[in-house]
Ligand binder design. Structure first.
Ligand SMILES: NC(=O)c1ccc[n+]([C@@H]2O[C@H](COP(=O)([O-])OP(=O)(O)OC[C@H]3O[C@@H](n4cnc5c(N)ncnc54)[C@H](OP(=O)(O)O)[C@@H]3O)[C@@H](O)[C@H]2O)c1
Length: 245
């Protein structure tokens, strides 16, 4: 059977390098190209006839890269964070225009998907939720795409449970973090960290913590490989690895 031709964009970066190594170990996948800043992504897709492009670059270029990939009729796996809801709506239209598929996943680690699922479920029963996400100090954006996705998942499925925000007044600007809906998000950036998130839920006389730790970037690779293999069978845009499991 013919191998799937894959190109990695952002191949000099931390996630890009890990993805290149993971693809090289997989039977059935062929690494046909590697591009990074300064390379012509569109031309390389044409030259290599890549069927799938995996993008791990920078939030400021995620949308531009998605457009280039889809308009060159390759399927796209976008791990880069920073895409807005308006971007996702545009990607959906581009998929249908160019008859290709795109998987956008803020987090490819299976444990992180489970953390989000369990947090969503726990938030049905416990009224207050805060998210603490912790990443290495080179991460370009804050909050993380995972924190945003977690908050969105919880807010979309809270039933009748109403959160009463804590009464604390901020005496130091920003000390209570940012907010999506009623959910506070706190971003920690430190050397030594990879990617971690804790969802803390509060109820009468009790708290519950749900925590996930990616202790190495290998944790994302089974999810990336799954997305490469599945992108041919999905339809249009898929947002979130949870939709592939
Ligand atoms: N979905 C997930 O599971 C997951 C997991 C981890 C990270 N991420 C996200 O993935 C992205 C990359 O993370 P990282 O840690 O690998 O970052 P990184 O180490 O900075 O690597 C990014 C690479 O992309 C290059 N680049 C920047 N803009 C580009 C463009 N327009 N075209 C081609 N290459 C470009 C960078 O070059 P320069 O260094 O020269 O700018 C760098 O080599 C971030 O958005 C991060 O949040 C997602």
């Amino acid at each position: 059977m013919a191998k799937i031709k894959v190109l990695v964009n952002g191949s000099h970066g931390k996630m890009g390098k890990e993805t290149v190594n993971a693809i090289l170990k997989e039977t059935g996948l062929e690494l046909v190209g590697q591009t990074d800043i300064g390379d012509n992504l569109g031309e390389t897709i044409k030259e290599t006839k890549a069927a799938v492009v995996v993008d791990f670059t920078h939030p400021s270029s995620a949308m531009k890269n998605a457009k280039t990939i889809l308009s060159h009729k390759a399927h796209a796996i976008i791990g880069t964070t920073g895409l807005t809801n308006a971007n996702l709506a545009e990607i959906k239209k581009l998929c249908s225009k160019h008859k290709v598929n795109c998987i956008v996943a803020p987090n490819f680690a299976i444990g992180a998907i489970l953390m989000m699922k369990f947090a969503k479920e726990a938030a049905h029963y416990m009224p207050q939720v805060e998210i603490v996400e912790l990443h290495h100090d080179q991460k370009a954006d804050a909050p993380s795409g995972t924190a945003i996705k977690t908050a969105q998942l919880i807010l979309a499925d809270r039933g009748n449970l109403k959160t009463k925000d804590a009464k604390s007044r901020e005496n130091l600007k920003g000390v209570r973090g940012g907010k999506i809906g009623e959910i506070h998000i706190h971003s920690v950036r430190l050397q030594g960290l990879v990617a971690h998130q804790e969802v803390i839920l509060g109820g009468l006389g009790q708290t519950l913590k749900i925590r996930h730790d990616s202790i190495s970037r290998e944790s994302f690779m089974p999810g990336v490989i799954l997305a490469i293999r599945k992108v041919f069978k999905t339809k249009g845009l898929v947002y979130g690895l949870d939709n592939l499991l």
